[in-house]
Design a protein around this ligand. Structure first.
Ligand code: ADP
Ligand code: MG
Length: 629
């Protein structure tokens, strides 16, 4: 068994433009995305050095405009003017690497070759020139993410899982691990970003049930676009193919909007702001905000006071305009998707799941293009795409830790959050599929009719943990007509849940072939996670009370069954003719007492038990006498 670590352990998505941290919360059965001190769930991957201090995250990004050459955008975009270094592209590479040499020409700051041909960034910090390697810059972001988690957890954090792109080579992975060590963190494991996203959706659990599963991960972030095709089988995640563009992402969409608005400002005010880096920076910030708004609204406003030379700028941009400005880029994304599938020699129809990752995959047009391409396939998008990687990293971290109980019982719709069952006689919940069963699943149970010539049986389907059926959540009810038959006619009831969490309950009486069923989807009447939590707590609370109810129902059923059998025997002339008159009277008055008791269910359990014993002793001693004769 793999080594177990001590918790709490966190998952960190060390992103190109934004980073995100999450932690598994056993009591809630899910990972929690942790917000930073500004209340945001993702934190800019920025580090800035000033004469007084070093800033990381939001504060670094906020002052970037006034201090561009000393702001190290940890993993930066080369196309913008104020950005200084690209640690995610520098990390684990040699200075002489052609990728670095190409980008260096665009950077307004200095990168030099250090020991071993390792690239080093030169920044000015507290008045002095300082040389930093990419690992050191990454470590500062990791440290910040760790601090955010410690504040939330109110305890020190030592262990973490950190994610990297699937195409990272060994030295880039090792360098990322070193960055953790510099930050004082033990990096328990480095995992691929697409693997983390698949973990977040619990897709490996589905693979365990249905064998092999092909998962397509579409990650459109701030500055990079990565697609990966994973094959999941049992617990293993195989990267079949990756493709992408290291200069395509949200910032390009921002830039398109910026260029459009620069033109508009020129037209309206006869002024060109394209050479003014401060004005451009303010406009770019406003554009990013507007772009986010356009993901849920059809238009967004831009309002900037004194943008240039004291002139205010006000504009409205529609979603349609935004899409038009970026359509060629969106289509380029789709071309890359196609080339990834071609590399893997896989038809799109063989893809089982499509997972959306990266903040920019929230853009409705991008989602629509993808939906159209993958046809009827639903996109996995119920976890925020810019949080899915951190979520999965937190899941992996918890799996590596001691004392975490609920992780395997993950995630979203992959297990039943509450037990499912049907009511049986006496308002007792008879569980067919216990809570936390992996789905898809199918279980059949045999029940029987309770009365002679019963015209139909009622199937009441409940979810919940209470032993008293009516205290649970009633999901559905149906009646199955049955043929006339004595009590005890078998009815087969089958509960099946498909991979999407849709429950179908069918009941069948096999001798007549009568069958009926009901389908219960997640939408109708299923509970929210808060309600589920409350129900589980309540079930624990009412356990002993419920147990009393169940015991009484059992005692009543036992008495009823005994009476039924007695009645059958007492109808048989060959038996009754042999009974003495005294025994006959004794038996029939005991039976009347029993039947009255069944009708009066106010009595305590022991009364039913006692009466049953009395019946048994009267009946058995009478029968013994007959058998002797
Ligand atoms: P990274 O590329 O660093 O992994 P993310 O996955 O967090 O980063 O993506 C960041 C990008 O997502 C940014 O360009 C941001 O503007 C963009 N983004 C975030 N939320 C939205 C949204 N609601 N609509 C459109 N773009 C968004
Ligand atoms: Mg990312």
């Amino acid at each position: 068994m793999a080594k177990k670590y001590e918790g709490p352990a966190i998952g960190i998505d060390l992103g190109t433009t934004y980073s995100c941290v999450a932690v598994w919360q056993d009591q809630n059965n899910r990972a929690e995305i942790i917000h930073n001190d500004q209340g945001n769930r993702t934190t800019p991957s920025f580090v800035a050095f000033t004469n007084e201090q070093r800033l990381i995250g939001e504060s670094a990004k906020n002052q970037a405009a006034s201090n561009p050459t000393n702001t190290v955008f940890a993993f930066m975009r080369t196309k913008q003017t104020l950005i200084v270094a690209d640690a995610k592209r520098l990390i684990g590479r040699k200075y002489s690497d052609s990728v670095i040499q190409n980008d260096i020409q665009l950077w307004p700051f200095k990168v030099v070759a250090g020991n071993d041909d390792k690239p080093e960034i030169i920044v000015k910090y507290k008045g002095e020139e300082k040389r930093l390697c990419a690992e050191e810059i990454s470590s500062m972001i990791l440290m910040k993410m760790c601090e955010i988690a410690e504040k939330f957890l109110e305890s020190p954090v030592k262990n973490a899982v950190v994610t990297v792109p699937a195409y990272f080579n060994d030295s880039q992975r090792k360098a990322t691990k070193d960055a953790g060590a510099i930050a004082g963190l033990n990096v328990m494991r480095i995992i691929n970003e697409p693997t983390a996203a698949a973990l977040a959706y619990g897709l490996q659990k589905r693979a365990n049930n249905v064998g092999r599963r092909n998962v397509f991960i579409f990650d459109l972030g701030g500055g990079t676009f990565d697609v990966s095709l994973l094959t999941l089988e049992d617990d293993s995640f195989d990267v079949k193919a990756t493709a992408g563009d290291t200069h395509l992402g949200g910032e390009d969409f921002d830039n398109r909007m910026v260029n459009h608005l620069v033109k508009e400002f020129k037209r309206k005010n006869k002024m060109d702001i394209s050479g003014n880096s401060r004005a451009l920076r303010r406009l770019r910030t406003a554009c990013e905000r507007a772009k986010r708004t356009l993901s849920f609204d059809t238009e967004a406003t831009i309002d900037i006071d004194a943008l240039y030379d004291g002139v205010d700028f006000h504009s409205i941009i529609t979603r349609a305009k935004f899409e038009q400005l970026n359509m060629d880029l969106f289509e380029k994304c789709l071309d890359i998707v196609k080339s990834c599938l071609a590399d893997a020699k896989m038809a799109k129809g063989s893809v089982d799941d499509v997972v959306l990752v990266g903040g920019s995959s929230r853009i409705p047009k991008v989602q629509q293009l993808l939906k159209d391409f993958f046809k009827e396939k639903d996109l996995c998008s119920s976890i925020n795409p810019d949080e899915a990687v951190a979520y999965g990293a937190a899941v992996q971290a918890a799996l590596l830790c001691e004392g975490i109980k609920n992780v395997p019982n993950l995630v979203l719709q992959d297990v039943t959050p509450l037990s499912l069952g049907k009511a049986i006689d006496g308002d007792v919940m008879n569980v067919v599929i216990p809570r936390n069963t992996s789905i898809p699943t199918k279980k059949t149970r045999k029940y029987s009719t309770l009365e002679d010539n019963q015209p139909y049986v009622s199937i009441m389907v409940y979810e919940g943990e209470r032993m008293v059926a009516s205290e649970n959540n009633l999901l559905g009810l149906f009646h199955l007509s049955v043929r006339h038959a004595p009590r005890g006619l078998p009815i087969h009831v089958c509960f099946s849940i498909d991979a999407d969490g849709i429950l179908n309950v069918s009941a069948e009486e096999k001798t007549s072939g009568n069958k009926k069923d009901i389908t219960i989807t997640n939408e109708n009447g299923r509970l929210s996670s808060k309600e589920i939590e409350r129900m589980i707590v309540e079930a624990e609370h009412f356990k002993s009370e419920d147990m009393k109810h169940v015991k009484k129902a059992r005692a009543m059923r036992a008495l009823d069954a005994y009476l039924y059998n007695m009645k059958k025997v007492m109808k048989d002339n060959s038996v009754t003719s042999k009974l003495t008159a005294v025994d006959k009277v004794k038996i029939s008055s005991a039976m009347i007492k029993g039947e009255e008791l069944i009708d009066d269910n106010e009595q305590e359990t022991f009364v039913f038990v006692d009466v049953l014993r009395e019946l048994e002793s009267i009946f058995e001693s009478a029968m013994k006498k007959i058998n002797k004769d």
